[in-house]
Design a protein around this ligand. Structure first.
Ligand SMILES: [Zn+2]
Length: 593
C-alpha cells in the first residue's frame, strides 16, 4: 500500500481501506503510472486518493516508527530481542501504539479538520522527537510550563539548522504528503460504518494485545514507569492538557491566600540592630543553570572561582534544587512548602517569602535579568533590567548579569529600614552558553559556538559552559564588593543559589528539565554560597567559622524560606528553625545547644 501511495499519479489509483476495493486491476495501474512518470508528471499533478481511515492508519504507523525513536531505544534496552518472546512482545507494543494513535486520530477525523489535525500532529511529533533524541529532554507538564513562560530570546536560541532540518525531514515532508493526497469519502452510511469498524478494530486489537502480554506489561510498567512519558505524541499531548486544565480552566478559589500575617521582627533582633544603628540588607542571588560540580570552590579541578575564592565565602557543597527547571524551582525556592509537599498550583494560590517579609516590615526588591519572577514577585517592587541599553554591560541582544548592579545603590537608598534584594541572573542559560559572558571571560578555549550543543565536542561545550561560570564568579564577587561598599549604613548577608543544574552530554543528555525522579545529579546538584559581613556577624553573633564546619551538610531549596526569615529575625508560625541554615551558628543558640 505504501509503495502505491508513493508512486501513484493523477487518476491512476484509489486506495480503499478494504483490500478488495482497489478499483483498477494492478496491471492497468502500473501502466498508467509508468506513462505519467515517463511524461515527467509534476508534483501539482499528483492526485493520490485515499480513504480517511487508511490515512489515519498510515499516519499512526509513521509516527509510531519515525517519531518514537527515543521510546524504542529505551525499550530495547529492557527487552531481550534474541528470544521469540522478546520479539513477539516488541511487535505487540508496535501494534498497540499504532492502534492507540489510530483510535485518538479517529476522534479528529471529521472532514473539515482531518488534514489540519494530522499535519499539526506530524509537525508537533517531529518537534518532540527532535528534543527527545538530540537532548534527552522529556516533555512533561513543567517543561510545557517552561515553554509557555519563556521569552522570545530564550526560545530563539533553541532554533538551529539541525532542528529545522529534522523538522523538515520528519515533520514537513510527511505533512506535505498528507496535504497533497485527496481523501476519498463514501456515501454517509457506508463511510460511517467503515470508520466505526476501523475504530473498534483498533481498540479491540490494542485491548487484546495488552491482555495477551499483560504479565510483561506489569513487569516492565512497574519498574520503568518513565517509559510511558517517552511515547510521542500522546504523552506530551496529555501533559499539555493537564497543564492547560490547571492553568487556564481551574476554578480559582477566592483571592491569593495570605501567609505569615503574624510576622514581625523579634525584640532581640531589633535590640541587636540598635547597638550599631545599621540597617540589614540581605541579597539573594537566584542563579541560572549553574551546577555544583563546575565550581572550583566545590573541588572542581578548573579554576572557575578565581575571585570568589578570595572573598572568604562559605560554599555549601551538598545542596540540591527543588526542580529541574526555572518555572518549577523559582516559585519553590520562595514557597513555605518543602519540595515533597510542593505543587506549582498550590504555591500559586498562596503568598510566599517575599510577602511574609513585607508583612514583617522588611522592604523587598526583585531585579531581573532573566525571564521574569514566575509570579513570585507580583506584590513587591520589581525591576526588569534585561532590556536596558548600557553599552558597557549590554549588547544588541542581551545584558550581562552585572546589569543587575546598575544603579542598585540608588534603588536601595529609596527605602528606609531593612531590605531584601533578589537578583535573578541570566547565569549559564543554555544552549548558547557562549553568549552569557563578555569577551574577557573567554578563557577556556576553544569554545562551542553552536546553539545545538549536541553538534559540539564535549570539551568545547564544557569550555563555553565553564566560561559562563567564570563570569558568574566575577558577578558574584562584584555583588559582594558592592555590599562591602554599603557597610557604612548596612550590615549585609549574601546568599547565592542556582535554580537547577544542567546536563552537558553526560549519558547523552543535554540541557535540563527532566522529571525530578529521572533527572541526573548534574540537573539537581547546585551551588549555594554565603558571605556574611563582619558587621552582621558582630551585631547578631553569627559565627562564620561555624558555618564553614557545615559546608557538607545536606541542604536544599527547602532551607531558603526559613533562612531568609531568620536573617531578618522574623518571628512567625511559618518559620521552621530546623530549616534555617544560619541559626545553628548564632552565638546564643550555639552556646545553649
Ligand atoms: Zn532555570
Amino acid at each position: 500500500m505504501l509503495v502505491c501511495l508513493i508512486s501513484s499519479c493523477k487518476g491512476s489509483l484509489v486506495i480503499e481501506w478494504a483490500p478488495t476495493s482497489i478499483t483498477h486491476n494492478q496491471e492497468t495501474i502500473w501502466m498508467i503510472e509508468m506513462k505519467h512518470l515517463m511524461r515527467g508528471a509534476r508534483l501539482s499533478e499528483i492526485d493520490l486518493n485515499i480513504s480517511a481511515p487508511a490515512l489515519l492508519w498510515l499516519c499512526s504507523i509513521y509516527i509510531m516508527l519515525a517519531d518514537n525513536q527515543y521510546f524504542w531505544r529505551a525499550l530495547l534496552k529492557l527487552i531481550d530481542i534474541s528470544t521469540w518472546s522478546g520479539i513477539s512482545f516488541c511487535f505487540s507494543i508496535m501494534a498497540i501504539l499504532t492502534c492507540v494513535f489510530s483510535v485518538i486520530f479517529h476522534a479528529f477525523s471529521a472532514k473539515v479538520i482531518l488534514k489540519p489535525v494530522l499535519i499539526l500532529i506530524l509537525i508537533l511529533a517531529a518537534g518532540v522527537g527532535y528534543f527527545q533524541t538530540k537532548y534527552g529532554v522529556i516533555i512533561d507538564k513543567s517543561m510545557i510550563q517552561n515553554v509557555v513562560e519563556t521569552d522570545y530570546k530564550e526560545a530563539s536560541e533553541l532554533i538551529s539548522f539541525s532542528l529545522l532540518f529534522y523538522l523538515a525531514l520528519y515533520g514537513l515532508l510527511p505533512a506535505l504528503v498528507v496535504g497533497l493526497v485527496t481523501v476519498r469519502y463514501r456515501p454517509f452510511v457506508k463511510e460511517s460504518l467503515i470508520r466505526v469498524l476501523s475504530l473498534f478494530g483498533a481498540a479491540f486489537l490494542a485491548g487484546f494485545l495488552i491482555w495477551a502480554n499483560y504479565k510483561n506489561f506489569v513487569l516492565i510498567g512497574r519498574e520503568h514507569r518513565e517509559l510511558r512519558m517517552f511515547v510521542n505524541p500522546t504523552a506530551p499531548l496529555y501533559e499539555a492538557y493537564k497543564f492547560a486544565q490547571n492553568k487556564y480552566f481551574k476554578v480559582v478559589e477566592g483571592p491569593i491566600q495570605a501567609i505569615g500575617l503574624d510576622g514581625h521582627q523579634s525584640t532581640q533582633y531589633l535590640q541587636a540592630r540598635k547597638i550599631e544603628g545599621k540597617k540589614t540588607i540581605v541579597v539573594l542571588v537566584v542563579g541560572e543553570t549553574a551546577r555544583a560540580k563546575d565550581f572550583a570552590l566545590n573541588g572542581y579541578a578548573r579554576e572557575t572561582n578565581p575571585e570568589l575564592s578570595k572573598d572568604d565565602v562559605v560554599s555549601f557543597n551538598n545542596t540540591y534544587s527543588c526542580g529541574t527547571s526555572t518555572a518549577e524551582s523559582v516559585p519553590c525556592i520562595f514557597s513555605n512548602l518543602d519540595r515533597v509537599d510542593y505543587s506549582s498550583s498550590d504555591a500559586g494560590r498562596h503568598e510566599n517569602l517575599l510577602d511574609v517579609l513585607s508583612h514583617s516590615g522588611v522592604n523587598v526588591l526583585w531585579r531581573d535579568n532573566n525571564s521574569g519572577c514566575k509570579g513570585v514577585c507580583n506584590r513587591v517592587s520589581y525591576e526588569d533590567v534585561s532590556n536596558l541599553s548600557i553599552p558597557a554591560l549590554c549588547n544588541t541582544s542581551e545584558c550581562f548579569d552585572e546589569i543587575l548592579l546598575h544603579q542598585l545603590q540608588e534603588r536601595i537608598q529609596q527605602n528606609n529600614g531593612d531590605i531584601f534584594v533578589v537578583l535573578h541572573q541570566k547565569g549559564s542559560h543554555g544552549p548558547a552558553y557562549f553568549k552569557r559572558y563578555p569577551e574577557a571571560f573567554r578563557r577556556f578555549t576553544p569554545e562551542c559556538t553552536d546553539s545545538a550543543p549536541q553538534n559540539c565536542q564535549k570539551e568545547t561545550l564544557l569550555n563555553a559552559y565553564d566560561n559562563s561560570i567564570l563570569y558568574a564568579d566575577h558577578f558574584l564577587h562584584q555583588t559582594i564588593k558592592f555590599l562591602k561598599s554599603m557597610s557604612g549604613q548596612y550590615n549585609a548577608v549574601f546568599l547565592y543559589v542556582s535554580d537547577h543544574g544542567e546536563s552537558l552530554g553526560e549519558n547523552g543528555l543535554y540541557l535540563h528539565g527532566l522529571p525530578y525522579a529521572l533527572s541526573p545529579d548534574e540537573q539537581r546538584h547546585i551551588p549555594m554560597i554565603a558571605w556574611v559581613s563582619s558587621g552582621y556577624a558582630a551585631s547578631f553573633g553569627l559565627d562564620q567559622q561555624c558555618l564553614k564546619k557545615h559546608v557538607g551538610q545536606a541542604y536544599s531549596h527547602d532551607n531558603i524560606f526559613h533562612s531568609m526569615l531568620g536573617l531578618f529575625g522574623v518571628e512567625t508560625k511559618q518559620y521552621k528553625k530546623d530549616h534555617d541554615i544560619f541559626r545553628q551558628c548564632l552565638a546564643g543558640i550555639k552556646d545553649s545547644s
